[in-house]
Ligand binder design. Structure first.
Ligand code: F6R
Length: 259
């Protein structure tokens, strides 16, 4: 089962995950990171920025989870731009070693397959950072997504478009389609790190960790993975049935185990 770490706030979560990433890069300078966009991973990137000074990141590779289809690549909220602004530039990564699924309409039919090939030829993803949508999606795998799915085009739910409207002028400007790593792609990463903050995520988090494994809650796919770390604040943990046990297990964890 997933290891669930309940932290006081998002900043503490950021430090915990950033330290794990630094350990990974130190062990394997050409590690492959799976990066997410949205608000949730920002504290991780911030904490990482403060820690990469003494670490060689020149060989680090990264793959984003998803991209909007048909979005102007120069739009500030295209995930290509978000990853450049929040990850590549502040961490000093080589832009040639960082990929985002191609959301351009031209060539979209084959973009998923090409992305899968790129991940495979990088040797797979070592550590995949995940957020979770209020409807339980991970990546942009909306309810009903196959657990075997690979990178492909999906239609966003109205709820996801409304949740993401804060990044656009209005909900009508949020693209209707995305290209996202599939649940099968995500499950192939060697370590999954899912973060969630705030009461608005409590139900999705409880469904993903403790609910039945079902395509209706795509995040529940993480229960099929052998190495998952879930890092949540108290509010996002508030609907968990076994919260006390998770706190107990974390406080009794041998230090040598890491995340
Ligand atoms: C982003 C992604 C999504 C988000 C999720 C939560 O690349 O794949 O699954 O992680 O929509 O978004 P935030 O973090 O903005 O609440």
């Amino acid at each position: 089962m997933a290891e669930v770490v309940i932290v006081p706030d998002a900043a503490r979560a950021g430090v915990l995950v950033a330290e794990e990433i630094v350990r990974l890069i130190t062990r394997r300078p050409d590690a492959v990171l799976g990066v997410a966009t949205g608000s949730t991973p920002l504290p991780v990137y911030e904490a990482l920025r403060e820690r990469v000074g003494g670490v060689d990141v020149s060989l680090l590779r990264a793959f984003a989870l998803d991209e909007y289809v048909g979005i102007d690549p120069d739009h500030p909220e295209s995930y290509r731009n978000v990853i450049r602004r929040e990850v590549v530039e502040p961490l000093g990564l080589d832009p040639e070693r960082v990929r985002v699924p191609a959301g351009a309409l031209m060539g979209i039919e084959t973009a998923g397959e090409e992305y899968e090939e790129a991940i495979a030829s990088a040797g797979g993803i070592d550590l995949q950072i995940l957020g979770i949508g209020t409807d339980g999606h991970i990546g942009f795998n909306e309810p009903g997504s196959s657990f075997a799915s690979r990178t492909r085009v999906k239609t966003l739910t109205q709820q996801t478009r409304e949740d993401n409207a804060r990044f656009f002028e209005s909900v009508d400007d949020v693209p209707e389609h995305c290209i996202t790593q599939g649940l099968g792609t995500i499950l192939a990463a060697r370590h999954l790190v899912l973060l969630a903050f705030g009461a608005g995520k409590a139900e999705a988090v409880a469904g993903a960790i403790e609910g039945p494994v079902t395509a209706s809650v795509p995040g529940s796919a993480i229960q099929l993975h052998s190495h998952v770390t879930v890092v949540v604040d108290e509010a996002a943990a508030s609907a968990l049935r076994f919260g006390d046990y998770y706190r107990y297990a974390w406080s009794h964890k041998p230090a040598w185990q890491g995340l």
